[in-house]
Write a protein of this length. Structure first.
Length: 69
């Protein structure tokens, strides 16, 4: 399954359940998913890319390099 521009080092640090939830949401074209541990809604990297810029909020799946925004 293709990952958006989410860096593999970011994904490697996440629990398997979060990675799976992210990949299911991206495959389904959903903007995000419910975190399996906290129940909070988390935007996918694909959503962030569609948004077009970093919001500098420290989002889990942010594909942007905040240092250059």
């Amino acid at each position: 399954m293709a990952r958006t521009r989410l860096m593999s080092s970011q994904m490697d640090d996440l629990p398997a359940a979060m990675i799976a939830a992210h990949e299911r949401a991206v495959a389904a074209g959903e903007p995000g998913y419910l975190d399996p541990h906290t129940g909070l809604f988390v935007f996918t990297a694909a959503y962030h890319l569609e948004r077009g810029s970093c919001c500098a909020s420290g989002c889990r799946h942010c594909p942007y390099d905040e240092r250059t925004e």
